[in-house]
Design a protein around this ligand. Structure first.
Ligand code: 5AD
Length: 348
């Protein structure tokens, strides 16, 4: 197939203007996956070449006041050892990450009531002062607009908050009544307005999900126009209400990644840990389907096993920041190259 045909196919099927029917036919299983992945890879190379951006992930607290039905760190889970890293521990992780070459730190955690605005602003300010050339990404859930503003002024640049599902009824089947899709969206629009680079996203194959829900996810992302889009397969966790639900599939996740790349050519799209958990080469396959970010774990080794969002989460091997050389080799073997720079979104 010639280059010209690739572009024609892309124009026909996967642009911001694609019809609902065209998108639904891409979401459904077909024999055309290879073509879809090739197209997505082509578009990714047009915008980002072979660059893969690395982010150092620090899972700094697994304490959460929420009780999401899918999540292993939900407050209702009593079979988990809870931890909260201190400011010096977090800074030590950043220090190690910086030495390893990371220029983005992602502070991710549950909605921990002890991490008030004062506490979080102190942590963010300290990282900002020590690492002025780095991006600070927060992923600490739903907060007030005022809180997001204070954290931004303290030095945070980016924020990750997946919408999880853009269908309100489906949202209500995944979350307790205390949570709403409406508030989730409010948070995302507040973050954008304040000036954060914003990431959103959804789980693939979560319980009760249909292709029409996935279509709604794509349409919501088109309205939000996020800088980053994170997706991964739903993976069951044994101590949650969804313990017995089947995992999301690798194939559907890869297909959704490719569709996202085609619809959002300049987005930063990670090949997530969940993808690496569902298949030993999940993240390489993700890169080949259009992803361009990898987020190795920088958390202290002793704590990693407690950040159990889902069962069998990879946590000691090559996904860790300490094994950066190995990770780089894997990225090169997949046909790409790991980049150390701050890796801001490149708008076309
Ligand atoms: N399976 C897959 N992803 C999960 N997350 C939480 N629990 C699970 C699970 N059981 C994802 C959510 C959340 C992100 C931090 O992890 O999408 O936004």
């Amino acid at each position: 197939m010639s280059n010209q045909n690739f572009l024609t196919t892309q124009e026909l099927f996967v642009t911001q203007d694609a019809s609902d029917d065209a998108l639904l036919s891409l979401i459904a299983p077909t024999q055309e996956d290879t073509i879809l992945f090739t197209l997505a890879d082509h578009v990714r190379r047009q915008h980002y070449g072979t660059d893969v951006f690395l982010r150092g992930l620090i899972e700094f607290t697994n304490i959460c006041k929420n009780n999401c039905y899918y999540c292993g760190i939900r407050c209702g889970n009593k079979h988990i050892t809870r931890y909260r890293m201190t400011e010096p521990e977090i800074l030590a992780c950043c220090e190690e990450g910086y030495t390893l070459g990371f220029r983005t730190f992602v502070l991710q955690g549950g909605e921990d009531p002890e991490n008030t605005d004062d506490v979080m602003c102190r942590i963010v300010s300290a990282i900002r002062a020590r690492f002025p050339d780095c991006a600070i990404t927060l992923s600490i859930g739903e907060r007030s607009r005022e809180s997001y503003l204070r954290l931004f002024r303290a030095g945070a640049n980016r924020y990750l908050l997946r919408h999880e599902t853009a269908d309100p009824i489906h949202y209500a089947r995944l979350h307790p009544h205390s949570m709403s899709l409406e508030n989730r969206k409010r948070c995302l629009y507040d973050l954008k307005e304040i000036g954060y680079q914003v990431g959103s996203g959804f789980m693939v194959g979560s319980p009760f999900q249909t292709p029409v829900h996935l279509l709604a996810d794509l349409r919501f992302l088109q309205r939000l126009q996020p800088d980053m889009i994170g997706i991964g397969p739903f993976l069951s966790q044994k101590d949650t209400p969804f313990a017995d639900y089947p995992n999301g599939s690798l194939a559907l996740t890869l297909r959704m990644l490719a569709i996202l790349r085609l619809m959002f050519p300049d987005a930063l799209i990670p090949a997530t840990t969940a993808l690496g958990t569902v298949h030993p080469e999940g993240r390489e396959l993700g890169l080949k389907a259009g992803a361009n970010v990898v987020m190795p774990n920088l958390s202290p080794m002793r704590l990693r096993k407690h950040y159990t969002l889902y069962d069998h989460k990879i946590s000691t091997g090559e996904e860790s920041a300490q094994s950066r050389a190995l990770l780089e080799q894997r990225i090169i073997a997949a046909g790409y190259r790991a980049i150390t720079d701050i890796g801001d979104v490149r708008r076309s």
